[in-house]
Design a binder for this molecule. Structure first.
Ligand code: GUN
Length: 283
């Protein structure tokens, strides 16, 4: 079997096109959705992500701005900036790009963001809402994976889903979203024993570990849906966590890297920002 390749790029494009009339409707009310991305220091991967987020928001006619702060920014300075953004009525979404420098307590910064402007869904309040099944902002990457899964039309009820990776940004929210859809969910991680046995039991396999080509075709159940969240730079080439060539011969659906999950992450960020602006408009 050769897998159907999920075209994240074109699905993301249709999501963004679907947002255009919502942005226009807000503009008729005098509201331009505003997203501010805060980036501290000069992590090269972050620089690329941040530029893409800025471009995508501007392309949609939103106010996308990036605050680039020096590596030497202190905890207090960053907290003050976040609080200023919280108080600014023209800004509906605030995103603090991770990773932050080692001297910054990231959790304290994320907790300082107004949960109503937390378009990344990283605030403990939004993470808790997801845990409880309440409405709130959901982290963009796992939200994007769910949207891609929907496009396959496969019924998720009772399926075995395995998430490889347990980060707060992807692995944990991903597992909760799959659980909400009645999957039987396993989270595997670096200490998991016999990883291949675990992944081979997965009808849906989501991989978010940050190790190029770690999941090979022999670790995939025939007919599984494989969602590759990895973005790894190897010799100047972008590669996923899944060895695409071998996995695509076994899976029923698979996301490529690039052009899979990554494209959806930004589309989901745009959607969350439009939603934040709509919530503001309705206040
Ligand atoms: N670093 C890598 N991915 C992300 C993301 O989705 N949001 C933020 N804020 N930082 C990241």
């Amino acid at each position: 079997m050769t897998a159907h390749i999920i075209d994240g790029k074109s699905i993301a494009l249709s999501v963004r096109q679907g947002l255009e009339p919502r942005v226009e409707a807000l503009k008729t009310k005098g509201i331009i959705p505003g997203l501010t991305v805060v980036v501290v220091g000069d992590d090269p991967a972050s620089a690329i992500y941040v530029r893409n987020k800025e471009r995508a928001s501007q392309k949609l006619g939103m106010n996308g701005t990036v605050l680039r702060l020096p590596e030497s920014t202190t905890q207090q300075e960053l907290l003050d900036i976040v609080r200023k953004l919280n108080a600014d009525g023209s800004i509906h979404g605030i995103l603090v790009q991770l990773p932050l420098p080692a001297h910054i307590d990231g959790q304290e910064i994320l907790r300082a963001i107004d949960p109503d402007k937390d378009v990344d869904g990283f605030h403990a309040m939004n993470a808790g809402r997801l845990l409880n099944g309440e409405r709130g902002f959901v982290a963009c990457t796992p939200k994007g994976v769910m949207r891609l899964l929907e496009t396959t039309g496969v019924d998720l009820n009772g399926k075995n889903a395995v998430v490889v990776g347990r980060s707060n940004i992807v692995g944990k929210p991903m597992a909760l979203l799959l659980l909400q859809k009645n999957c039987t969910v396993t989270i595997a991680h670096s200490r998991t024993k016999n990883l291949a046995d675990v992944t081979r039991a997965a009808d849906i396999l989501v991989v978010a570990v940050g190790r190029a080509g770690m999941i090979t075709g022999d670790m995939v159940k025939p007919g599984a849906i494989v969602m590759d969240v990895g973005i790894n730079r190897v010799d100047g080439k972008v590669m996923g966590d899944v060895d695409f060539e071998s996995a695509k011969e076994v899976a029923s659906y698979i996301t490529p890297v690039p052009g899979g999950v990554g494209a959806m992450t930004i589309a989901m960020l745009m959607e969350n920002t439009v939603e934040a602006a709509e919530n503001y408009a309705g206040k």
